[in-house]
Design a protein around this ligand. Structure first.
Ligand code: SF4
Length: 656
């Protein structure tokens, strides 16, 4: 297995690694870190930004070293920081330049190397290797990588072998493709060499901009390390090129949190296209959830012969009921039950706008599929929208198809209860004391025979995600194919914490193929409810987009920027977002440099990449289509490219 327990929060046991004075792994607190975005040759700017990151709580600071000059300048930066009393360990970020790594390893406490480009120069070539040729390549890597290991051993420097999904070498791509297993093998080749030199101060990472690939790669890596070495090295978690704002936070929380839920991860970075110090509060909101250990589930998940694979995405098989389950995308239920009197205008916050003149509803791409209310509404609803009511209220509803009943378990098991013959929801809470008893068995037997019942799972336990996963596994083991939805409530004090909570609790389940829908609830304070409903709807659609289970908007893959960045990434991302955010399903990468950008933009459909001061190169997939164009016209050129590629549509008219 890939973790210590699937039902109880327990940290994965990893080797202890020392980075300067900081201990990582072996049960030590989950460390948070970030990376500077300044030019490494600008000593004072890098020192000042490092200090802002450290003051925000960063326990390691990574700085890019693209050539030997920047690597040498790390000494100036380190000296200045120490002079000002900051002892936080520094990490040199290396791509393509072993000579820079060998200099940096003598100066800073840790070096990060990318096995995809440390020795290999990526040419995007498909080459067939015989086993002999492949072994020769590994020998070539050994020759080039061993000197760095020897320096690290001599200077007590730690190392991260940091694999990125988008920058696998041509050799790995040729044999394994652009896959999670390819990422694992890429790291394992370097790890084997390090171990053969008896060097163990190693941390590993498996980053991807796609949380699904990222989660599978980490799980597989653990599985492979245990199989081959009988032990694990500490893991640094991150979703790379996550983007900015709400989407970047959701993506990061899903990828990182899904692993942390199972006790995986010794250090994390949330990569946002924002100033690096803003990443730290998000990191803290994530790791704070794991300070105390979780509660055990009553239903014990079998740890062998799982009915699903944690290493690949396959949606749980269900039959469809109306537009739920089967091949339908996961639905979203908007919880409007806290609104005293629901008006038409409230539906605007969940994607429906009403035009009085034509008496028609317009349905947006991010329109909730059902609403949960306390009583029937006194206006006509948009055609596709259904209303979920507690069973008692549903009995008075005028239209028994438009309104759908929600049963608790005793109501559902009571044969005398009036039932909807069309669609019904049954709430099953993990804390229900009879879940694992006879009554639970009866419930499952009834559900199995009921082709109109959608299950709603919830848990308020600390390890709720593990609880709900247990119940999904129970359904699979009992061959129950009713669709099931996850209800996730939050009582977190801030919306930032709630966003992390929702993303982790529902995202982890969606990544394992488990949910046919989500409903996010919040215990509102005295604040105005409408903006909060809008925000929850946006978060819900963001979660489905990030797990790639339901695409409702444009996807942006933007690098966090670093000392290599050739333009203002934040400003440019905002400009591109403003003109393309209506292109549902199109993936646009915005990358700061041509050295790493094309490799790291993963599965983007289009790329906007800095290729020199004031110059941009545009990509379609992995192919260059416009080289070194003036940045002043580059956004217009991108729109031109989108038009030529038939993915452009005119933005909708905004009416007052
Ligand atoms: S792609 Fe962005 S973060 Fe990565 S090296 Fe280039 S500028 Fe830095």
């Amino acid at each position: 297995m890939y973790c210590e327990s699937l039902t109880t929060y327990r940290r994965l046991k990893t080797r202890e690694v020392k980075v300067g004075n900081l201990l990582l792994g072996n049960g030590h607190t989950i460390r948070v870190q970030t990376m500077t975005t300044t030019d490494t040759m600008d000593t004072m700017a890098t020192v000042e930004q490092s200090i802002r990151c450290i003051e925000a709580g960063s326990e390691l600071v990574r700085i890019t070293a693209p050539s030997k000059y920047e690597a040498e300048n790390l000494q100036q930066i380190k000296t200045e920081l120490r002079k000002r009393g900051y002892t936080t360990p520094l990490v040199a970020d290396i791509h393509f330049t072993p000579n820079a790594a060998e200099i940096a390893a003598r100066i800073v406490e840790k070096v990060r190397v990318n096995p995809g480009n440390y020795v290999d120069k990526k040419k995007f070539e498909q080459i067939e290797y015989t086993d002999e040729e492949y072994a020769e390549e590994i020998e070539r890597i050994r020759e080039r990588f061993t000197p760095l290991i020897k320096i690290c051993k001599e200077y007590g420097t730690a190392m991260r072998i940091g694999t990125n999904h988008g920058s696998l070498s041509d050799r790995i791509m040729s044999r394994y493709g652009d896959t999670a297993i390819g990422m694992v093998e890429s790291a394992m080749e370097f790890l084997r060499i390090a171990r053969s030199e008896d060097y163990h101060q190693i941390v590993l990472s498996m980053k991807s901009s796609n949380p699904q690939v990222m989660v599978h790669a980490y799980r597989l890596l653990i599985d492979h390390m245990m199989e081959e070495f009988g032990e694990c090295y500490p893991l640094h978690l991150g979703v790379t090129e996550a983007g900015d704002g709400e989407d970047g936070r959701i993506k990061s929380a899903i990828g990182i949190g899904t692993l942390l839920e199972d006790g995986i991860g010794d250090t994390i970075r949330v990569s946002l296209t924002e100033d690096p110090e803003f990443e730290i509060p998000v990191c803290k909101d994530i790791v704070n959830r794991y300070e105390a250990s979780g509660q055990t589930t009553a239903y014990q998940l079998p740890t062998t012969n799982l009915p699903y694979s944690p290493f690949e995405y396959l949606r749980r098989e269900t039959f469809e009921i109306s537009n739920i389950g089967g091949k339908h995308v996961p639905v979203i239920i908007a919880d409007l039950s806290k609104i005293k009197k629901i008006e038409r205008s409230h539906l605007q916050d969940i994607g429906y706008s009403y035009d009085v003149a034509t008496d028609k509803w317009n349905i947006g791409d991010a329109a909730a599929d059902l609403i949960f209310c306390n009583e029937p509404l006194d206006f006509d609803l948009p055609g596709t929208l259904r209303v979920l009511l507690y069973h008692e209220a549903w009995r008075n509803a005028p239209d028994k198809e438009k309104y759908v009943p929600l049963f608790n378990v005793p109501q559902y098991l009571d044969d005398n209860m009036q039932r909807s013959s069309y669609l019904k929801f049954v709430m099953v809470d993990y804390q229900w004391k009879d879940y694992a008893a006879e009554l639970g068995e009866q419930l499952m037997a009834n559900l199995k025979e009921d082709k109109t019942a959608v299950i709603c799972f919830s848990s308020t336990n600390k390890n709720a995600m593990q609880n709900i996963r247990s119940m999904f596994v129970d359904l699979m083991n009992k061959n129950i194919k009713n669709p099931a939805i996850v209800i996730c409530d939050s009582s977190d004090a801030t919306i930032e914490e709630s966003l992390i909570h929702y993303s982790i609790e529902t995202g982890g389940l969606l990544l394992d193929g488990f949910s046919d829908g989500i409903c996010l609830g919040h215990h509102f304070g005295n604040d105005s409810i409408a903006p909060q409903i809008r925000m929850l709807n946006s978060i819900a659609f963001g979660i489905l987009q990030a797990t790639r289970t339901r695409i409702s908007k444009t996807e942006y893959i933007s690098c966090p920027s670093c000392g290599r960045t050739l333009f203002d990434l934040q400003e440019t991302t905002a400009r591109i977002r403003a003109v393309t955010n209506h292109l549902k399903g199109v993936k646009i990468a915005i990358m700061g440099c041509i050295v790493n950008g094309p490799g790291e933009m993963a599965d983007a459909d289009f790329g906007y990449v800095g290729s020199g001061p004031g110059k941009i190169t545009l990509y379609k997939g992995k192919d260059v289509v416009k080289r070194s164009i003036d940045s002043a016209i580059a956004v217009d050129e991108l729109i031109g490219l989108l038009k030529e590629s038939d993915v452009w549509v005119e933005p909708p008219m905004i009416t007052a």
